[in-house]
Design a protein around this ligand. Structure first.
Ligand SMILES: *Cc1c(COP(=O)(O)O)cnc(C)c1O
Length: 421
């Protein structure tokens, strides 16, 4: 459920007409709903009720300071994957002891940054990383709390580019080698192993792969405890999918995910962390764009938008489907037209949808991409020197620009010309 509904013939973000934001900000822009972000965070939090737990928002999904602050104020922790994200989380007021650091390629500089700034735990993904982390922490006179990310060799049955839990993926250590790696970890002076981490992929639309992974983690917990390790924390990752096409998808709910966690690892008495990103931010955001031209091709009609692949890359990168709706509510029984919906960028890949049935639209009409809140603005670029798409946050009947559109001068002045020119 989200808070983007038609009212009086116009699409609203909570109580604000989307067209009103477009008039104030210009298009394209992203708009997020505070109520939706809040609701999604709380669904996860409530799903783990009765267990000692922390919901660490995977902030790579959408990392604007205002979004982070909204979630942090509700008690969210953060899952970060870079020094930049760590700095963003801290700048938004998230204390170090609510930040977990994931990622396969943490640099020494990032490790030092997190150790000095404060960290809940590092999710270690390889033996070389473990050695460097121990050495750096020891050198600073610290002991870094860690979990080790295991790769359970489970097929998440999702898009290949966002599947992470198969043995061929770059993530984590093979679960078959876990006992030896945990034994090695116990001997290192700069780290303290406190748990196990797993994350098998993103946009999972069924629970079975999670179930297989969590059962393997439960079994490993028992084995490692028998080996003498204190396993007190399980980080079970994120990955729960969202319905991108409203008409025919119904992925499992956070409550189902929580019940699965209780059923599979609840008996172990561990503190539970989860790292949802997409399900918190995805349906909390729209990308709003204007039709520049309606162009008649030989055998198809093109809807040319002012939004492009640089603003929302998911269709080009993952063949992703986004529901695209007219901001002005179509009349009942309106005429439908099949459009190829494209952006202005000089690449055929700049295509959002082909043959999409839409109400008949004119130049100047506003359209909204649903479910664009996660992996949308964060993956945007200034390709074609198109200014980074602005972001807006709505709360009830008011809105604020939370990232302005840069001017051409601002973009150009980031470049510097060497003195020999
Ligand atoms: C990307 C990622 C997540 C979040 O995945 P979602 O599908 O957005 O929920 C969580 N944990 C790790 C380690 C990730 O890389």
């Amino acid at each position: 459920m989200d808070h983007f509904l038609y009212r009086n013939g116009a699409l609203h973000a909570e109580d604000v007409p989307v067209a009103e934001i477009a008039a104030a900000v210009g298009t394209p822009f992203y708009v997020y709903s505070t109520a939706t972000l809040t609701r999604h965070f709380q669904l996860f939090d409530e799903a783990l009720d009765g267990m000692d737990h922390l919901v660490c928002y995977a902030m790579k999904a959408a990392s604007n300071q205002a979004i982070l602050r909204t979630l942090a104020d509700l008690g969210a922790g953060m899952d970060v994957v870079s020094g930049g994200e760590y700095a963003r989380a801290r700048a938004a007021g998230v204390p170090g002891d609510r930040i977990v650091f994931s990622g396969v390629g943490k640099t020494r500089a990032e490790i030092i940054q997190a150790l000095e700034g404060g960290i809940r735990q590092f999710n270690v993904e390889s033996e070389p990383e473990m050695a460097v982390l121990s050495e750096v922490a020891h050198g600073l006179g610290k002991v870094a709390p860690i979990t080790i990310r295991v790769n359970p060799d489970v097929d998440a049955r999702t898009h290949a580019k966002i599947s992470t839990g198969k043995s061929e993926n770059k993530f984590g250590i093979p679960i078959s080698q876990a006992r030896r790696v945990y034994a090695d970890a116990a001997a290192l002076p700069g780290i303290k192993v406190i748990g196990i981490d797993v994350h098998i992929g993103s946009q999972l639309t069924e629970l079975e792969p999670f179930e297989m992974a969590f059962r393997k983690v439960a079994e490993l917990t028992q084995t490692l405890r028998t080996d003498g390790h204190e396993i007190t924390r399980l980080d079970l990752g994120g990955g729960l999918g969202i319905p991108y096409a409203r008409s025919n998808e119904a992925p499992p709910l956070p409550a189902d995910f929580g019940a699965l966690i209780k059923r599979t690892v609840g008996h172990l008495g561990c503190e539970i962390e989860i790292e949802p990103g997409r399900l918190i931010a995805g349906n909390a955001g729209l990308l709003v764009s204007s039709v520049i031209y309606v162009k008649q091709g030989e055998d198809r009609q093109f809807l040319i938008l002012d939004g492009a692949m640089n603003d929302l890359i998911r269709p080009a990168m993952y063949d992703a489907w986004h529901d695209i709706v007219a901001v002005e509510e179509p009349e009942p029984g309106h005429e439908q037209v099949a459009y190829d919906i494209v952006g202005p960028v000089c690449e055929s890949g700049d295509t959002f949808a082909k043959g999409r049935m839409m109400p008949k639209l004119q130049a100047g009409a506003l359209v909204a991409f649903r479910s664009a809140g996660a992996y949308g603005a964060v993956m945007s670029s200034e390709y074609n020197t198109r200014p980074l798409v602005p972001e807006v946050l709505v709360k009830d009947d008011h809105f604020a620009v939370i990232r302005p559109r840069p001017t051409f001068d601002e973009i150009i002045s980031r470049d510097t010309i060497p003195e020999w020119l």
